[in-house]
Design a protein around this ligand. Structure first.
Ligand code: URA
Length: 433
């Protein structure tokens, strides 16, 4: 086999065999295939796409490049969740305790935030003492004992993705649906769950800006997952505005706890119940979506889900008292309220920019090595379709200095676009795939 021929074949729009794809991935990870040839192949994939067979072969070859987690010692059907990322997306903090309290074993590896999107690990680490560095042995033991564990991805999980992603990032080939799907699904397969619910987001604050691309990504991922012998489903959800109100790590933890207390924002609660309901069904613990949702609604109102969250926090070294006393979480030195100076119907929100404002305050990272400030961020109140009156509170800014807060205020005022006529908001949950 010659790498040149495989690049040529893909460039011509022909499908590669599973053996050919494996040859490319193995050769690249071993260092036998140079970056320039792999870049050319990625660009050919970018323009020509891949069949589902090819995308599945790519994903499986990536999984085989490293370690995989064996969850078979934990009884029951293990169901994972993955979000393609967004602004204020703290659903994992709500959904995982919900489903664990409903009897679904949760043994999850999560990621960190980058750019305008946050990451579950950073959010959890804002709880004093909470550690995401969990050994493989403890990971399995905690999942078996209390039914929930959340840890960082180990370095040896899908090394092909680390190398390929870095290359794609430098060669303008990130935005290829089969390459994104392979990257995400390979990590999910290697993490060992039997079933996975994908929350695929679209809109200004999402990775996929429009519904068609998000649908195509969701279908590709579900197809790859199911062809690989696991059970995958996806929700397509809007990220045209932040989910909930809070953006920033400790602020999002507080909002997730309030949601587990039954006092959360309507959009976050709705999505958490829907995702949780699907996970309960996929775990074989309910017969249909309605029954699944009823089951998670029950553990929410009984307080069992909140108790499960406290149990998780304690098991991983954090102080479970945070659920009664938010003053135990990191607090910002400066809090500034921002009031509306104009009025009208909220038509559009620059969601990605709000994520970037929070990042610039210190809530997120520009580069992976940047340090997070867990206490900073925003609470942003306007929702598309509501009427904003002059003098309404638009946001609370949590900052490290008055200068940072003033800059954030100026920036966030430009993120709200008002109309003179009423506006019909898009539904949060658009489709189930
Ligand atoms: N997220 C991933 O994990 N991989 C991609 O390729 C894109 C987004």
């Amino acid at each position: 086999m010659r790498v040149y021929d495989l690049i040529w074949k893909k460039r011509q729009g022909q499908a590669l065999t599973a053996d050919e794809i494996r040859y490319l991935i193995n050769g690249y990870v071993r260092g036998d295939i140079p970056d320039y040839q792999m870049s050319a192949w990625c660009m050919a994939v970018f323009f020509q796409g891949m069949s589902f067979e090819e995308a599945t072969a790519l994903t499986l070859a990536m999984v085989e490049s490293g370690d995989t987690v064996d969850l078979s010692s934990i009884p029951g059907i293990k169901v994972d969740k993955h979000s393609t990322g967004g602004v204020g997306d703290k659903t994992s903090l709500v959904v995982l305790p919900l489903v664990a309290a409903a009897g679904v074993p949760v043994a999850k590896m999560s990621g960190r935030g980058l750019g305008h999107t946050g990451g579950t690990l950073d959010k959890l680490e804002s709880i004093p003492g909470f550690s995401v560095a969990v050994s493989r042995e403890r990971f399995l033991k905690q999942a078996a004992e209390i039914g929930i564990v959340l840890a960082g991805q180990t370095a040896d999980l899908v090394p092909a993705d680390k190398k390929l992603y870095a290359l794609r990032d430098l060669t303008a080939t990130i935005e290829s649906i089969p390459l994104i799907a392979g990257s995400i699904v390979s990590k999910k397969l290697a993490s060992g769950a039997d079933a996975v619910v994908l929350d695929v987001k679209y809109g200004d604050g999402a990775f996929m800006k429009n519904l068609e691309d998000a649908r195509s990504l969701a279908r590709t991922m579900v197809e790859i997952g199911n062809r690989s012998g696991r059970h995958f489903r996806a929700l397509l959800t809007s990220m045209e505005q932040p989910l909930g109100l809070a953006i920033g790590n400790s602020l999002e933890v507080m909002e997730a706890i309030e949601t587990l207390q039954g006092k959360g924002p309507a959009d976050l609660t709705e999505l958490s119940l829907k995702l949780g309901g699907m996970m309960v069904v996929m775990a074989g613990l309910a017969d249909g979506l309605e029954a699944g949702e009823a089951r998670v609604r029950q553990v929410l109102s009984s307080g069992d889900a909140l108790a499960k969250f406290a149990q998780l926090v304690e098991a991983q070294g954090g102080n479970p008292e945070v659920i009664q006393d938010f003053s135990l979480l990191p607090q910002a030195g400066v809090v500034r309220s921002v009031w509306a100076e104009t009025e009208g119907w909220v038509e559009r929100i620059d969601c990605r920019e709000l994520g970037l404002i929070a990042m610039r305050l210190g809530a997120g990272r520009n580069r992976l090595e940047d340090r997070i400030h867990p206490e900073v961020g925003l609470r942003f109140f306007p929702k598309i379709g509501t009427y904003l009156h002059r003098g309404d509170m638009i946001a609370e800014i949590y900052a490290r200095s008055e200068a940072d807060a003033a800059a954030a205020e100026e920036q966030l005022r430009t993120c709200i676009h008002l109309a003179a006529q009423p506006v019909q908001p898009e539904p949060l949950i658009k489709e189930i795939i």
